[in-house]
Design a protein around this ligand. Sequence first.
Ligand code: GYE
Length: 348
Amino acid sequence: MIKRYAGLIIMILLISAGAGLMFFGYEAKEGSEDISDQEAPYEDMPQDGKDYIVVGFSQIGAESDWRNASTESFRSVFTTENGYYLLYEDAQQKQENQLKAVRNFILQEVDYIVLDPIVETGWDTVLQEAKDANIPVILVDRQLEADSDLYTCWVGSDFKEEGRLAGKWLEDYLKRQERAKEKIRIVTLQGTPRSSAQLGRTEGFQEVLSSHKNWKMLDCQSGEFTQAKGQEVMEGFLQKYKDIDVVISENDNMTFGAVEAIEAAGRTCGPKGDIIIISFDAVRTALQYMQEGRIHADFECNPMLGPFVSNIIRRLEAGEEVEKVEYVEEQYFDSSMNLSRILGERKY
Ligand code: GYE
């Protein structure tokens, strides 16, 4: 904010100096840049004298329902009514776009940078640049590998725990079905490779898998967290493997694609069908799929991180300490629950 005012004052001084030169007959040469024509740093920021907190948010993309709910959460909290001016950048699934966005935020002298890192590695240099510019970086959702001095804090989900819970759920379910000793053939639709959501969910499930000699992981392939790719990968699995007992799908949109592929191949899934489907995110449409008896269980990942980040910023503004790492609360859903009641209260 202060930086911004300093910028404005300098601009006013330069404009007045320019006007003064013209008054004394020093006209600017044709084609040379007239400072008064330069774009204001924050184009649509209301010029009402209020002291807005400028937040640059680098979002990953729009690959899933979860992601869209996340974007909506930030957009609805970081409004001018709430005292913020939001610079939003969609990286369209590319780390290079995120690096560019963060560098632009630094050039624009934002007050805070919020980053949801697509993958875990490759951030050290840009984080150092933000640190050198004294701009706090708040990480959300996915995590990254870097010296913890290079960012202020992180808030998001425990992906490894989600994977572990999914494994435990399968263990219990098979017991209840009296299939605990049977050979269980599993395939996994993984998310974006090297993203912390993919790594954590894979590792957590793997932990439980390794304690069951009769569970066999036939294949793991990335469906990039999208419905189209999830469907394509599942079609491949169905052609390659005659017997598949369980599909672990690392997000709901890949699950929608997988269910499509299974049904198109004349196979069945869900509690009354022959393939067990376990999914992650628990967005509304997935819970509807569960209600229709097409998926078994879904492990929630909370996308509503906007209010958490706003709270962090308010505390930082007040000079308070914030938690370095903050996990949000999550639950799971399965077809034994009262899904119409749950859907009635569901916000995403
Ligand atoms: O599960 C998936 C999204 O990072 C937790 O990204 C997020 C994941 C989420 O595309 O749907």
